[in-house]
Design a binder for this molecule. Sequence first.
Ligand SMILES: C[S@@+](CC[C@H](N)C(=O)[O-])C[C@H]1O[C@@H](n2cnc3c(N)ncnc32)[C@H](O)[C@@H]1O
Length: 202
Amino acid sequence: MSGDEAQRLESLWGGDFGDEYVKRNFDDGSARVPLWQWVLDTIEAKTVLEVGCNVGGNLRALATLLGVENVAGVDINASALAALKEAEPRIRTELTPAKELPFADGEFDLVFTTGVLIHQPQETLPDVMDEIVRVSGRYVVCGEYFAEATEEVHYRGHEGALFRADFGALYAERGLKELDRKFFPQDAVWDDLTVWILEKSA
Ligand SMILES: C[S@@+](CC[C@H](N)C(=O)[O-])C[C@H]1O[C@@H](n2cnc3c(N)ncnc32)[C@H](O)[C@@H]1O
């Protein structure tokens, strides 16, 4: 694996580029509730971890459904986590790269990403996915941009910063079973997101 590519993208998201994303995307999460209601109608998860939570749009929606003490998030951008802390100080957060999650095996019923696997370099995407599977007790949800074969999409002037892929198939290679899948077309909240609900094998 190339630590250089991981370091480059972690520095991008951890620095000014990531801070600009925070300024553009503040979100109280209320419009995200229907997606998470669909997920929680499909699976029984009581504790959740979001990898790449940014300012907590998903976590604030989930807090209304599961209770604030049952949601947690990690991100590589300190100003995103500071904004989340200010909006909802009770949500547990950790500043950490996704490829090294500071949690025990199976610690959360559900571990998920939305719009985060697409931003991992190909060299360390497997490490990030393995970490997500490791800390999940049972379920993984993956909301990302789909393509049958992995393809790069230029992203805000940066090379190697966004890849569409069949992330469901990549989780299947790790033994996860697809329970459901739904496409959320571009609207005020989502952006042509394919959301897979997956279960670890017993
Ligand atoms: C496009 S945003 C999506 C934010 C959030 N999941 C949402 O749906 O609103 C990507 C987020 O992932 C974080 N991120 C990207 N690469 C990361 C990594 N390797 N480790 C931890 N966080 C990362 C970024 O800092 C940013 O907050």
